[in-house]
Design a protein around this ligand. Structure first.
Ligand code: FUB
Length: 503
């Protein structure tokens, strides 16, 4: 797939530098892995974030991408890892293995989830787009057709859309743009691939230059993102060559003609690509994109960011500024409900693991920490805390509450080895924690050799001496609507910052 990129794309990556984030920074939003090419999808009260995965170690100074990841949120500031549902092995009958897991998008139709993914055709240098199907967003996913839906040079970056009349479309392409009309089964199409003429300034904006033979270079680069709002079709895309910016065009019909509307985002920090897409969630509009600003990040280590915006009255998208502070919470976390440890606002020294059967956090360093944002302890407050953990060596789990300027310890549990078994651990808090806390932190202090896994947590209004406890964390493990082992109600319904929330 290398040759679909222009020379500039390679030279620009040399500018990548180590980025250090300040404690208050919220963009990027995922901290345990590099998460490029975000494809947000709203389903019920949850926003799913389907992303690619830039590996920690870049091979051959080029994109090193072996699988696709899933995160979700209900509040926009705490993100739950839902596993690594698809790898190149999912497409083993036709895709090159262990690399080139490029941009993707997933959609639900009639209870099935269809995840369209770019990969390189086995034994060839050009890409194809496959589709894997599951009953739940977190999988397991199966490549039922065992072949790419479309393949050929420049055929990357799928964007799927179902129109009001039920007709589904798959758009894709780099510098060139095509679409197919998907059949209802979402895994085949009828008719030919239709090419959208990208060499039009009216449709896609000012040419980014001219070839030696005088033919123009289209402003359309890649990462098409198709949707409909208030009867109008929107096509967002990476534009301008590399480094890319984010632009969009609109049309009265999904098949065009398209009219260029302008630039929405400038060039991403520390990344020559910007791949993203906007989505409406609980009456808020969010623009997702990636940059290279996570620690150690760069052009091949990109991370998802998000900004909130308000469309103009006429439906046009305003110019959106990059921020490091990101977006505000739209719900508060209820600490008295069972919560997943892998629901994280920010973390370091830990990584999320697991799959559709259940995920958890594991430490990657001697000490690690997890931050959760916007937790409402109510007027009565919390007096004790319980966690479900397992450890191979003695470990201390410290609980802190935090503000913008600092944090204070409110509880601590020293856990002996649990011999690999999940175990509930409890502590009384040194002070009753009340009201809305900006942050709570879980600090893991261990040894060089130990493994510490953290699955769930919950606070209680009673001290630990009061028996019986509400319930056992283990016994609260149930299957949620997506078939994933978890408590069903992760967050309380809450109106925050005066914004109307629809649950
Ligand atoms: O992540 C690999 C490629 O980089 C994507 O397919 C493009 O959209 C660009 O983000």
């Amino acid at each position: 797939m290398i040759s679909i990129y222009h020379f500039g794309k390679f030279t620009l990556t040399c500018l990548a530098s180590l980025a250090v984030l300040c404690a208050w920074a919220q963009n990027p939003i995922i901290y345990d892995r590099y998460t490029p090419d975000p494809a947000p999808y709203v389903h019920g009260d949850t926003l799913y974030l389907f992303v690619d995965h830039d590996e920690d170690v870049t091979e051959n100074n080029y994109f090193t991408m072996k699988n696709w990841l899933l995160y979700s949120t209900v509040d926009m500031v705490n993100w739950t890892y839902r596993g690594t549902p698809i790898t190149s092995k999912t497409f083993s009958s036709w895709a090159k293995q262990d690399n080139d897991c490029w941009a993707s998008q997933c959609i639900e139709r009639n209870g099935k989830w269809y995840w369209y993914c770019t990969a390189t055709i086995k034994g060839e240098a050009y890409p194809g787009i496959g589709v894997a199907v599951a009953d739940n967003p977190a999988g397991p996913y199966v490549d039922k057709i065992k072949k790419p839906l479309v393949k050929g040079w420049f055929k990357i970056d799928p964007s799927v859309f179902i129109d009001d009349n039920g007709q589904a479309y798959l758009f894709y392409g780099n510098n060139m743009l095509w679409y197919v009309k998907l059949n209802k089964n979402m895994t085949s199409f009828t008719g030919n691939e239709i090419e959208v003429k990208t060499k039009s300034e009216d449709a896609f904006g000012p040419y980014k230059g001219y070839n030696d033979d005088g033919t123009p270079k289209t402003n359309f680069e890649e990462a098409s993102w198709i949707y409909k709002r208030n009867g109008k079709y929107y096509l967002e895309y990476a534009a301008g060559g590399v480094p890319e910016h984010w632009a969009y065009s609109t049309a009265d019909k999904v098949t065009g003609p398209w009219t260029y509307q302008g630039k929405v985002l400038g060039q991403a920090d520390n990344s020559f690509t910007i791949h993203g897409g906007s989505v409406e969630f609980k009456e808020h509009h969010y623009m997702f994109y990636h940059n290279g600003k996570l620690t150690g990040g760069g052009g091949y280590k990109r991370s998802t960011c998000v900004e909130e915006f308000t469309p103009n009255e006429d439906g046009t998208i305003p110019s959106i500024k990059f921020t490091t502070t990101g977006v505000e919470p739209i719900l508060a976390v209820n600490p008295f409900e069972l919560q997943e440890a892998e629901t994280i606002n920010k973390c370091s020294g830990v990584r999320c693991e697991g799959d559709y059967n259940g995920c958890y956090v594991t430490n990657t360093k001697k000490s690690g920490n997890i931050r959760v944002r916007n937790i409402d302890f109510g007027e009565t407050g919390a007096k004790s805390f319980k966690a479900l953990v397992r450890s191979t060596e003695a470990t201390t789990l410290e609980i802190r509450t935090g503000t913008k300027s600092g944090s204070k310890t409110v509880g601590s549990i020293t856990i002996a080895s649990t011999n690999g078994e999940w175990q509930e651990v409890t502590c009384d808090l040194s002070t009753t924690v009340k009201g809305v806390q900006l942050y709570i932190y879980f600090i893991i202090k261990g040894t060089d050799v130990q493994t510490f896994d953290f699955d769930k947590w919950q606070f209680f209004e009673e001290p630990s001496s009061i028996k019986p406890r509400t319930t056992s964390l283990k016994s609260q493990t149930t299957y949620d609507l997506q078939g994933r082992k978890s408590n069903n109600s992760k967050h309380a319904v809450k109106i925050i910052n005066g914004k109307k929330i629809i649950k």
